[in-house]
Design a binder for this molecule. Sequence first.
Ligand code: NIG
Ligand code: FE
Length: 429
Amino acid sequence: MSQRLTADLIVTGAAQLVTMAKSERVPRIGPELRELSIVRDGSFAVANGRIIAVGSRDHVFAAVSASAQTRKLDVAGGVIIPGFVDCHTHTVFAEYRLDEYEWRVAGTPYAEIAARGGGIAKSVEHLRATPQSTLLERTRQRVYSAIRHGTTTIEIKSGYGLSLEHELKQLRVVRQLRDELPIQVVATFLGAHAIPPEARSDREGYVQALIHEMIPAVAAEGLAEFNDVFCEVGAFSREETERILRSGQRAGLKARIHADELTDTGGAELAATVGAVSADHLKKTNDQGIDRMAKAGVFGVLLPGTSFGLPSLDFAPALKMVEAGVRLALASDFNPGSSTSESMPMMTSIACSHMRLSPAEALSMATYNPAFVLGRENEVGSIEIGKRADFLVLDGQDYREVMNHFGVNPVARVFVSGREWDRTERHRE
Ligand code: NIG
Ligand code: FE
């Protein structure tokens, strides 16, 4: 007889246990996005931070053994879902751009805000003037808040330093949080977020610095897994984007693109051409771009909080992409100037009301699928044997309340690797 593992934790009583389990470890596409693998009156067991059994209560109690130390958690008719995987954020910033917020809601176009010295350049100014220790503390509080809203894996980009010194400063903040927090923290180098003010008369000089100094330094220190470029009119051209991404790939950094956000620059097609992991934003992507992404298996990362926050009613054509079989994920794009929210529940809600995704599609795109974007599909994203026990106990009896009941936090309890996150956590020093 096979030996039964002893559980550290056994969870029972979930009216809906949304496991997101799938028979093959591949992303959900098309109609599969609606299949959540919900176990009614579900149960699961955890040992050493990993899931060791999932199913009905009887199944789980037969599959594992309990000891005097085994903790029992009865969620008494509640809902359990996997922790959110937020695969696109800019969480290391100095401060919000609140004056611009007033201008944005009053309808001032982005170009005019930039002409007033606002936009990314303003955040670069703020960040360069902020010491690493202050940035670390502010970023840590934001990540704590994201965790309270159910994020248990987070990707964080640099991109407000735009010089070797200040990009490294941002990425070292990310590394510190990766080392101290129990959640998964994944770093992306976004030195190609904008041309820095001092290089405006020599943009090629900055591209050369990215390729020959900054990317090699980031790779040598192991500070990032991904290399991202903002491919946009006024930021980086397709040709520059391709060179920067290919040099990152040679240094071992996987490629991602901020693509077709404000204009159709062919960013989605470029993502397919260079073999990028994802193309993100995609508000203006044309049909050919959608087709190329579907065929090449490039993930489309949709960021509804950015449209909402700008504010605009211009959203990525999500349903068309679902129909085309594109691999899709949702993320917060949390940043100081456009998507100013770290709440993944809010993102799923906006995705339903404005992109017309179903609640099930939105949940698949916020948990299971983004784990693949980050290369963490064997670790997180679903409640399946072998994965980390990252899960959320929700208020209410139905997962659709996450989207329907917007603007409040539906997450009652957060567990990371089987241990409950202390909601009062604010300072660790
Ligand atoms: O992903 N689009 C480019 N960059 C960010 C916004 C950065 C900012 O406004 O500070 C984004 O939305
Ligand atoms: Fe972004």
